[in-house]
Ligand binder design. Sequence first.
Ligand SMILES: Cc1cc2nc3c(=O)[nH]c(=O)nc-3n(C[C@H](O)[C@H](O)[C@H](O)COP(=O)(O)O)c2cc1C
Length: 219
Amino acid sequence: MTDKSIAEKEIIQALNWRYATKVFDTSKKIAEKDWKTLENALQLAPSSYGLQPWRFIVVQNSELRKKLRAVAWNQSQITDASHLVVFATREKIDEAFVQSYIDKIAEIRGVPKDSLDGFKGAMVGDVVNGPRASSAKTWTQRQAYIAIGFLLETAALLHIDACPMEGFSAAEFDKLLKLEGTGWGSVAVVTLGYRSEKDQLAKAKKVRFEKSQIIQVID
Ligand SMILES: Cc1cc2nc3c(=O)[nH]c(=O)nc-3n(C[C@H](O)[C@H](O)[C@H](O)COP(=O)(O)O)c2cc1C
């Protein structure tokens, strides 16, 4: 077996192993080293234009977690998982945000800022003033789901359990996380940690449509 075929097998095994964890073991915490890997996965997620219109809010305060649970359909994962990440995105993209990204490119790649004027103009002409400006909120939210995917897959490969969650009041989360009026809004949550032996769903078979139903090849 080549290294590549081992990797392929391990990836699919990990993706079958993962499931949306309903009951976390409150006694198990993600080790610092693994958490850093998960942070790296979030940081390395791609986004349209590379703009990264997101913030990943890691809530480890147990009192705050209790309050968040109350506005998240009382789902136990919110308080019981080792880590809770709230994905927040920009409600609008303004020129200052685009500029902060341009500044970062110039710094990291060692190029003059004015060499990026064309790229900046393209972004501003699209998401700040152009066709995407009026739907910027949904556009930035879509970017967040890419980071969620990266986080879930990376967690699975590390054999860390996770549950992606939309079952919460974004308005109430925004109040509790003091996001109101900041230009950022909560979109989704991922809870991470280790499954409890009591979680019956861990043994449930995956329900997926056949590949022939979901994958269409046009030759
Ligand atoms: C965007 C999104 C939101 C979800 N919200 C919740 C949620 O609030 N609570 C929950 O227990 N599961 C939630 N789930 C888990 C799904 O129900 C689960 O992923 C799906 O049934 C497939 O099962 P599997 O992930 O175990 O393979 C969510 C999943 C996604 C992708």
